[in-house]
Ligand binder design. Sequence first.
Ligand code: ADP
Ligand code: MG
Length: 308
Amino acid sequence: MSITVRNVTKWYGQQKALDNVSFTVEEGHVTGFLGPNGAGKSTMMKIITGFLPPSAGEVRVNGLEVRAHLLEVRKMIGYLPEHNPLYPEMYVREYLHYVAGIYRLGRRSRKRVEEIIELTGLGPEQHKQIGSLSKGYRQRVGLAQALIHDPQVLILDEPTSGLDPNQIVEIRELIKKLGREKTILLSTHIMQEVEAICDRVIIIHRGRIIADESERSLVTLQKEQTHFTLQVEFSGSVPARLLEQLPKVLAVEEEGPGTFTLHCEEDLREEIFRLAVREGLTLRGLALAGRNLEDVFRELTSRTPYEA
Ligand code: ADP
Ligand code: MG
């Protein structure tokens, strides 16, 4: 079951929160929707789930236009909103029965609530009031309500935000497990989150899509285009100018005595090795720095012209 977003623009009064956004989320993937705060992630998710109308453009879920088929689309989608609005005075089990009622699960409710409590690991907390739960368990309740009607598509808005490191690991594991069967779109402003759980990433910045690729090929693509970063470490102190005068060196950062980060147009490891031999220096380390999604993200967001 896929999601197709076509030329979606959203204005809040005078402010354009989404600017002609198009992308597709394919079935059977965990797709990361990555962007800094204010990029437009939550707005896009509210539009996909039909809680907000777009100012222009359209969204289709499994081929159905969202606004025209709101009820059908809601049945296919599970949504964990950003500020996961729960009822603090309700008990976990009572709340899940209430949500099952909204989806008219009828006699299937009882069994389904059991299954979902099991799946989301809510067992030990099921008889507690939501307001008394830890943030991690409240997030599980949010996931449970999103899953109760067994939707094929999950829209999760910053599902790990505000959780402690252990809770983050647990929720990520749960999402990965769900990703084996469902189509998931998950927003985050954390690069590592995408690296940890997504097999595809869409990057949004100031209301525009700036990259839409599988994470691996995005990184490869960037590697080909951009400069190389080397970590160089000599025994004892070495003047930076020795490195600066090498051809194809763009910049030298001195991290400490004899320790440098080099930005260059080519992989200069062999040149540096020869330089060390020539100058009688002892090399302790020489490595080509791996580029991660964070570097790519920084590069993409710093060079894209938005004002156009
Ligand atoms: P993200 O989820 O990526 O942090 P949002 O979609 O929440 O981004 O917000 C995108 C932009 O739209 C921001 O500049 C935000 O201030 C603005 N915005 C969001 N919701 C509203 C609203 N209800 N009214 C006016 N502006 C809004
Ligand atoms: Mg948001």
